[in-house]
Ligand binder design. Structure first.
Ligand SMILES: Cc1cc2nc3c(=O)[nH]c(=O)nc-3n(C[C@H](O)[C@H](O)[C@H](O)COP(=O)(O)OP(=O)(O)OC[C@H]3O[C@@H](n4cnc5c(N)ncnc54)[C@H](O)[C@@H]3O)c2cc1C
Length: 370
């Protein structure tokens, strides 16, 4: 009889796990049911930058995960035949106003490249070079260009992965579920039994495992971004992503769509209301680089909830005391980058068994779960 697996959560982790459960050798011997209510999903609201290599974070495990995650996405894009509207390696430009900071960044890029050839080509760009590659800017700054950087449409990626998996072994149920005190799923039509359950529920993991007496060190953080239409640049499809100093990034998608994000609001937690203050703040950041932008350019605001651990690092794996439960959460601000790899590792362990050693990517689960 086929093994029955459930996934709770249809964001990037859950959708990637479902995709790999349908496409890795042996996966077709498994029946998969994914439950997702979609509310607050960070993946749908995300800005879409894939460029972990020049991060100043000192956490080596996180860096390994993010670096290998970016490579996993490159392979996934080919394997799942993702369109360039969903994933495109446009390159990223990281700018600095201070000459020394720029030089240091360039040196760091060259050092990191030795261990991460998927970064692609690295170039030091003057402000004029930056303007040439990003003509929509009115106030360009010098920067470092990394050709392996990419932009991704999280919502469309998840849709595509789930659609492909549904053609093999996946059933999607758009509903909220809970767990009973033995770790069984309680769905709309009552108790459901599965051989294994992947809980990829972002910050909602906390509520899901509460009936098991498990406490999770994860907090919710609200993130808001704006989508703008810039018709003058409609025909420019391959502009790189701009990552200036600070928290605001520019992600030009094709067809004149520009995303500017994102806010990081720890106080608002699970609140999903877009605020005019945050919109104004994002627009004023955007104007520093493209002074002609106005409210009229804004076509949409998006809000999602990120999951953060105290050390800002993701965790994933099988629960020791409930071995049929696997969890993944805490992906923070870089989950589009790390999520597909986490989904693949979880799917792999369900298909091939064993207790893999992921200590190069994460601290022990007990660091985050008690
Ligand atoms: C504004 C913003 C910008 C971002 N920009 C980037 C970026 O540029 N690059 C990058 O790498 N990352 C970015 N991120 C981070 C990234 O989006 C997240 O880390 C990642 O998407 C988290 O994926 P996930 O699958 O863990 O959770 P989510 O995408 O949040 O998915 C969890 C899903 O589980 C569902 N769920 C929860 N509980 C239940 C339940 N009981 N029953 C059924 N369903 C349930 C939720 O409804 C949700 O759909 C950004 C995030 C935000 C909010």
């Amino acid at each position: 009889m086929n093994k029955k697996v459930a996934i709770i959560g249809g964001g990037i982790v859950g959708a990637s796990a479902a995709y790999y459960l349908s496409s890795l050798p042996g996966g077709d011997q498994i029946n998969v049911t994914l439950f997702d209510d979609g509310a607050g999903q960070a993946t749908k609201a995300a800005a879409g930058i894939i460029s972990p290599w020049l991060s100043k974070r000192r956490n080596q495990r996180w860096y390994q995960l993010a670096k290998d995650g970016a490579t996993t996405l490159m392979t996934l894009a080919r394997r799942a035949n993702l369109s360039t509207d969903i994933y495109q390696q446009t390159g990223t430009i990281i700018t600095r106003t201070n000459e020394k900071d720029l030089h240091d960044l360039y040196v760091l890029a060259q050092e990191r490249h030795e261990e991460a050839p998927d970064m692609g080509e690295i170039e030091l760009l003057s402000a004029n070079d930056v303007k040439e590659r990003l003509p929509l800017l009115t106030n360009p700054q010098p920067g470092v260009y990394v050709s392996g950087g990419a932009r991704i449409d999280g919502e469309a990626l998840v849709e595509s992965l789930l659609e492909q998996a549904q053609q093999v072994n996946l059933t999607v149920k758009h509903q909220r579920v809970s767990l009973d005190n033995r770790g069984n799923i309680v769905a709309a039509n009552g108790l459901q039994r599965f051989d294994d359950i992947i809980i990829a529920a972002g910050p909602w993991l906390t509520d899901l495992v509460a009936p098991l007496g498990i406490k999770v060190a994860v907090r919710p953080q609200k993130g808001q971004l704006i989508e703008l239409s810039v018709p003058a640049y409609e025909s420019q499809e391959n502009m790189p992503v701009l990552m200036p100093e600070g928290e605001r990034d520019f992600i030009p998608f094709g067809h004149g769509k520009l995303i500017v994000g994102a806010t990081h609001d720890d106080e608002a937690g699970f609140n999903l209301t877009a605020t005019p203050e945050a919109t104004e703040d994002l627009l004023s950041s955007a104007k520093q680089f493209a002074d002609y932008l106005t409210e009229d350019n804004i076509t949409r605001t998006k809000v999602g909830t990120r999951a953060y651990t105290p050390d800002f690092a993701p965790f994933f794996g099988r629960l020791k005391n409930y071995p049929k439960l696997l969890v993944a959460s805490g992906l923070g601000a870089s989950g589009l980058t790390t999520g597909p790899l986490i989904g693949r590792l979880l799917a792999g362990t369900l298909i091939y068994g064993g207790t893999p050693d992921w200590s190069n990517y994460e601290k022990p689960l007990a660091t985050y779960l008690s």
